[in-house]
Design a protein around this ligand. Structure first.
Ligand code: MLT
Length: 264
């Protein structure tokens, strides 16, 4: 489905009925990264999964897209869909966006799931690297970035070539300007560590134990600062843990949803 949000066309999935779950994909992916969760959870929940601005089938805009810009798009989409407060499940950059969303629209949240993400911002070196990559993507397209990122998305032990091709497909649909905008936005995101202790939401943190991009120790660290946190580390899974190990991921998410149902 497509709709106009903040003046741009946003593609999204909205399936099922019940407590609304908002799945926010990472960089430079699309809502297809959640396809195994949409299938599993839409029988019992209302599942909403947008393509973020500049990703998948959603329109791109020029310039940096901050985590706050994405959060505003998400809130406007939820408003339009009249979902009421959601449980936000954010993967990696989707987690950075979740922190911005929690600061800006706490009344729209009833729970938080942070998947393979981190609270800290970029070091000056990392931010400079992102700006250089943004320039390169604008000049040369997304392919070189896709080539360098694909091997880091799945567990180092993964030998599933079909899955590797699927991940490549998910990334290749992003537009150069959308990818550049996300890189520039991530480079300027704030450190969300001080927010962790203020989160008044039941929170689940999930990581794969073989994540080459954001080590699972980041989830461990964050879980110690969040008042009501549950930590799940999935064995033999990489950065794209929900896609690579959907059964394990879905089982743990479902258990947490069921255990904390009264609290949401
Ligand atoms: C992601 O998966 O969203 C990115 O790897 C996050 C990042 O580059 O920091």
């Amino acid at each position: 489905m497509k709709t106009t949000i903040n003046g741009i066309q946003i593609a999204y999935t909205d399936e099922g009925q019940g407590t609304p779950l908002l799945f926010v994909h990472g960089f430079p992916l699309s809502r297809g990264a959640w396809q195994k969760q949409v299938e599993e959870f839409s029988g019992r929940y209302r599942v909403i999964a947008p393509d973020l601005r500049g990703h998948g089938e959603s329109e791109a805009t020029h310039g940096a897209v901050t985590m706050e810009n994405y959060a505003r798009d998400l809130q406007a989409l939820l408003d339009q869909l009249k979902t009421g407060p959601v449980i936000l499940i954010g993967h990696s950059m989707g987690g950075y966006i979740a922190f911005a969303f929690a600061r800006m629209f706490p009344q729209f949240l009833r729970g938080l799931v942070l998947v393979a993400t981190r609270a800290v911002g970029d070091s000056p070196e990392a931010a400079a690297g992102r700006r250089a990559t943004a320039e390169k993507v604008r000049k040369e397209g997304v392919q070189s970035l896709v080539d360098s990122m694909v091997p880091k998305m799945l567990s180092s032990k993964s030998s599933d070539l079909k899955m590797v091709q699927e991940v490549r497909g998910l990334m290749s649909s992003s537009k150069p300007e959308g990818v550049a905008g996300a890189l520039l936005g991530m480079a300027q995101r704030p450190d969300s560590t001080p927010d962790l202790g203020k989160l008044e939401l039941s929170t689940l943190l999930i990581s794969g134990d073989d994540d080459a991009l954001i080590p699972y120790t980041e989830s461990e660290k964050m879980s110690k600062s969040i008042f009501e946190a549950k930590l799940e580390i999935i064995p033999h899974a990489g950065h794209l843990v929900a896609f690579e190990s959907p059964q394990e991921f879905n089982r743990r998410l479902e258990a947490w949803l069921a255990a904390s149902a009264g609290k949401h």
